[in-house]
Design a binder for this molecule. Structure first.
Ligand code: AMP
Length: 304
């Protein structure tokens, strides 16, 4: 999961790499120690088989300082490594590389990838290199998600602690597990259920869809500004690949870019497809993600 600031690509496992993974375990306390256990178990069972590690934070390591630093005292970055790392990097890498292929591998490109699943993040890439990712120090940041709140004023934490007698851990548990569209819709986190309820007149379900699409569109808009343009927008993951209604709701905010969806093509479910019209100033694709294939490719490249 987490490679911290030092593990910036994929590696063959060595004792030094395991030590680095250990050293940044405080950034992913649920994942990194468990992964080390897995590596150790495999070393025991298959002592002569090389292993590779592929990090969900590596693709984002090309983000510029102005994008990944928080405007808090610099020592928190220098001494504690507090910064934006982003997440879903393997998926953003796979989808943006596939988009480049579909675009004919141009010398210059500006791409936005919307990974919309139960966990959701948006990234942008200039010439294939990641510039931004909507997740932060942890995956709690950014979009409204299945059960995560995404962007929120940090003062809400203190307010709720004082008002309700919670501790910080409890508030963060609620922000991670009991928030997002689950909270807004009144108990549903699966977009199929939410869409179904909304179509039957459930206002809270409709509000959850509206908030999800609005936040995603705001991120896309900010990344268009950050890159001073966009050539291609890609949708991927459970919702991005399968839910044409949500794709349509997001793209409705983006017609000012000259983006025009092909409504018929946008009905696609789970397949790679161009879903914008030939006249559209921005190409829009559905590209199914394939993190397993991306990891296998990284591993083959390392072994060569
Ligand atoms: P993921 O985390 O990428 O597996 O995505 C999970 C989300 O994708 C859930 O909210 C599902 O409702 C949504 N999803 C998965 N399959 C479909 C589908 N065929 N139609 C609409 N939404 C889907």
């Amino acid at each position: 999961m987490h490679g911290g600031v030092n593990l910036t690509h994929s590696y063959i496992v060595t004792e030094e790499i395991i030590k680095e993974i250990e050293d940044c375990s405080d950034l992913a306390p649920l994942h990194n120690p468990a992964h080390i256990l897995g590596i150790r178990a495999c070393q025991k069972l298959m002592p002569s088989t090389p292993m590779a590690v592929v990090f969900d934070t590596a693709f984002q390591q090309t983000m510029p300082e102005k994008a990944y630093l928080y405007a808090i005292p610099y020592k928190f970055y220098e001494e504690d490594k507090v910064r934006k790392y982003g997440a879903h990097g393997t998926s953003h890498m796979f989808v943006s590389q596939r988009a480049l292929e579909l675009m004919g591998n141009p010398a210059h490109s500006k791409i936005i990838v919307c990974h919309l699943g139960n966990g959701a993040s948006i990234s942008c890439e200039i010439d294939g290199k990641c510039q931004e990712n909507s997740m932060g120090l942890t995956p709690l940041d950014g979009l409204v998600m299945g059960t995560r709140c995404g962007d929120i004023d940090p003062s809400v934490v203190e307010f709720l602690c004082k008002k309700r007698g919670y501790d910080v851990e409890e508030v963060l548990r609620i922000f991670n597990k009991e928030s997002g569209v689950l909270a807004v819709s009144g108990g549903m986190s699966d977009f199929r259920d939410i869409a179904d309820a909304a179509s039957k007149g459930n206002d809270r379900a409709q509000l959850a869809l509206d908030m999800f699409a609005y936040r995603a569109a705001k991120y896309i808009g900010s990344y268009v500004a950050a890159m001073n343009g966009v050539d291609t927008i890609c949708f991927t993951a459970g919702i991005g690949e399968n839910n044409g209604m949500i794709r349509g709701m997001i793209c409705d905010y983006l017609t000012f870019l000259g983006l025009e969806l092909d409504d018929e093509a946008n009905k696609v479910v789970g397949e790679e497809k161009l879903i914008s019209t030939p006249e559209s100033k921005v190409a829009v694709y559905v590209i199914p993600t394939n993190e397993e294939l991306a990891i296998a490719r990284e591993t083959v490249a390392l072994l060569k």
